[in-house]
Design a protein. Structure first.
Length: 202
């Protein structure tokens, strides 16, 4: 099974990426094939609201001038999708929302392609805005018919300078538990689906 983490920070190897890596490392230890996407290394234009994605037979966004489709395909290939963003002026970064807006539109206009995938958000704040940003990202999972497990707290941590998030012990423990729950739930659902596929029809 595959798990992808998407870092919405414009900084490479910053606090958000570090927190996502904690999540991926835990999933890798449980046998998942993990993938990290840094939006800092990609270009994703904002959604134009043209509605073309609902009319194309190839289930693609009409804008082929950037890296959106490559990332979206990797999302579709994964059973688990985790997104992470630092708090920028009280909300998720524009880079993250550009990706999620377009992914949501393409998915919903084509039969809910993200339906019943597992995942959830991870948020890093310097001081405030973490709860709003967490909810903002969580809404995206809910409207896309996805499954989000809980943890020992909300998936948030604090840090400003690079590496500072590693000092937030509770934040690290929360994200680790979240990853454990993702792995546990994926294992249950995967096992259940295999039982269903192999069950007798008598």
């Amino acid at each position: 099974m595959k798990a992808i983490a998407i870092c919405g920070s414009p900084r490479v190897k910053g606090n958000t990426e570090s927190l996502l890596q904690v999540c991926l490392d835990r999933l890798a230890s449980e046998g998942f094939d993990t993938d990290l996407v840094r939006l800092a290394e990609k270009r994703v234009n904002p959604c134009r609201g043209c509605g073309t994605c609902g009319k194309r037979l190839d289930r693609r966004c009409s804008d082929d001038s950037d890296d959106f489709h490559e990332i979206f395909v990797r999302m579709l290939e994964a059973e688990i999708i985790v997104v992470g963003s630092p708090v920028y002026f009280g909300s998720a970064t524009p880079q993250m929302m550009a990706l999620l807006d377009r992914a949501g539109y393409v998915s919903r206009k084509n039969g809910n392609l993200l339906s019943r995938k597992l995942g959830g958000p991870v948020v890093v704040a310097r001081r405030a805005g973490q709860n709003f940003t967490y909810a903002q990202l969580l809404f995206w999972y809910m409207i896309n018919d996805m499954i989000v497990p809980g943890s020992s707290y909300w998936n948030i941590a604090f840090g400003a300078a690079r590496g500072e998030v590693s000092e937030d012990r509770e934040g690290l423990e929360t994200v680790t538990r979240f990853a454990e729950n993702l792995g546990w739930l994926a294992g249950k659902l995967f096992a259940d689906s295999r039982v269903g596929e192999g069950a007798s029809q008598d």
